[in-house]
Design a protein around this ligand. Structure first.
Ligand code: HEM
Length: 226
């Protein structure tokens, strides 16, 4: 029963919340569609957390997505040992980068008084869930060998069964606990999306590429700065 709720019902609840509340927030509170940057309060530590985090997580999520959308292509890509080793090692290395980067970002919010003031409960929930997600991901990749390969025979059919509204939870129920945790926490992050800064993932500032640059100049004397 619990498995049915976690792997057959909760993903739909999470997706419904993400779409419905996300849309509502977009219509009625569009200004909040942002990462609410704290860069002007502290930028050095942010750089060492945020930049590696974003490059690494985007590559990892692209791999998750490719294996879901094109399983046979992904399977044949990993079909030769050399390519399999390369992809697994790259995945683990990127996963370690995301873990360290997330620890940096968490410590920054905990230790910098100015940043701490603007940090809300939902920020902590989000950052800790992201940390849990990357730690469990790396743990799976290291201890359950060739995850890139078995993903296409377990995770991919489970996700497609959700897409086709006929959830086949059997693909997940016999998995080790940590894989289940990784899967449920992924949908918990989807549920958090409309309530948190995570909404910024859909507000990619493409217009920035073509717009004229802006020059930002301090209006005050430097010694009067906060
Ligand atoms: C919020 C979405 C997700 C994030 C941020 C995330 C993050 C990660 C990270 C950081 C890794 C380790 C690096 C790697 O091997 O690629 C990983 C691996 C893995 N993830 Fe996820 N993940 C997400 C969703 C999912 C979902 C829904 C599943 C389904 C159960 C899943 C299954 C796996 C598997 C099987 C591995 C091991 C891959 C391997 O050994 O190469 N992930 N994930």
């Amino acid at each position: 029963m619990m498995d049915l709720i976690l792997f057959g019902v909760f993903p739909y609840v999470a997706m419904t919340l993400a779409i419905a509340v996300g849309f509502y927030r977009y219509c009625f509170d569009r200004y909040s569609y942002s990462s609410q940057s704290s860069q002007f309060l502290e930028s050095r530590t942010l750089f060492w957390g945020s930049v590696p985090w974003h490059y690494a997580i985007l590559l990892i999520l692209s791999a998750h997505l490719l294996a879901f959308l094109f399983p046979s292509l992904w399977g044949s890509l990993l079909g030769a040992p050399g390519r399999l080793y390369l992809l697994e090692i790259t995945g683990i290395a990127l996963g370690v980068v995301t873990t360290i980067a997330m620890l940096v970002l968490l410590l920054r919010r905990a230790s910098n008084a100015r940043v701490n003031v603007v940090t809300t409960t939902i920020d902590w929930v989000l950052l800790i869930s992201l940390l849990l997600q990357v730690i469990t991901g790396v743990y799976i990749a290291i201890t359950m060998r060739w995850g890139g390969f078995w993903y296409v025979h377990t995770v991919t059919p489970w996700l497609w069964s959700l897409v086709s509204f006929s959830p086949k939870i059997d693909f997940l129920v016999n998995m080790p606990f940590v894989v289940k945790l990784h899967a449920v926490n992924a949908f918990f992050l989807v549920a958090l999306f409309p309530f948190s800064r995570l909404v910024h993932v859909v507000s990619i500032p493409l217009a920035y590429v073509t717009r004229p640059y802006q020059l930002v100049i301090w209006y005050r004397q430097r010694n009067n700065q906060l």
